[in-house]
Ligand binder design. Sequence first.
Ligand SMILES: [Zn+2]
Length: 300
Amino acid sequence: MKRTKYRKLGQRTWQAGESHFSLRHNKKVKMMTRTPLPRLLFAAMLCATTSLASEKSHDDGHPAAEPKVVKMEDAAKAHTAPHWNYGPPNWGELDPAFAMCGAGKAQSPIDVAVEGEKGGDKPVMAYKPTPLTVVNNGHTLQVTYLTGSELVLRGKSYELKQFHFHTPSEHVAHGSAAPMEVHLVHKDKDGNLAVVGVMFEEGAENPTLAKILAVAPHGEGEVSAKGVEVDASAWLPEGTGFVRYNGSLTTPPCSEGVKWMVATKRVQASAAQLEAMRAIMKNNARPVQPLNGRMVLDVE
Ligand SMILES: [Zn+2]
């Protein structure tokens, strides 16, 4: 087992690096067991520290070689946002900061099986392997990415920040979900987001997913696997096209202005792997949102 170190979950902030919480670490703590902190304690920590961060003022909680120390005064200033879950779709009513979840007209996910306009620029990805760090933030399993991998769309570079998973898929085709979807979250220097969604189908065992599952925390926490690397290129199906549209984060605060590219081909994972991911994340898919006349491009 390559699992080497655990970090205490300290400050949590909302991050704009798509949807999910980012985790910040007050300090490294070696733990003897994988037993998660009691849930109530965790809930108390989150209530105290969850904050709504502006897109440009944070760095996605990207784990640099040295974890960033979050100062207490920053935490004190932070806005306290409410908890949310994948129960009833009422996110827009939980907090004024989540208003777009209810009122937004360009929300994600969507049903991608629509008659799109043919053409448009194809995104070009240049991904490098990254040391494997898996975060279970209570909403998803997320692999954080070190700098140096990018997606280029219409001459603009978006850096890959992290990828994470949803079971079942959030995007659907003809109303039908895939067993899982991975979201590759990229951000340009101005904080604009471009997210690539790739759906899974049941098939051969996936070697990259095997590395992730070998260390993925079943409760909230973060694990770094020493000497193990993963490459996000594994999520790009050979010769795939993309459905491109403008949408939103799929979790609160559901901010819009996200460039979405959903792969038209799928990657495979074994039935056992898909079940293992589902067992950890449960159902973490937001329901499909209305298209509201948005343009959808079919990029071959
Ligand atoms: Zn996502």
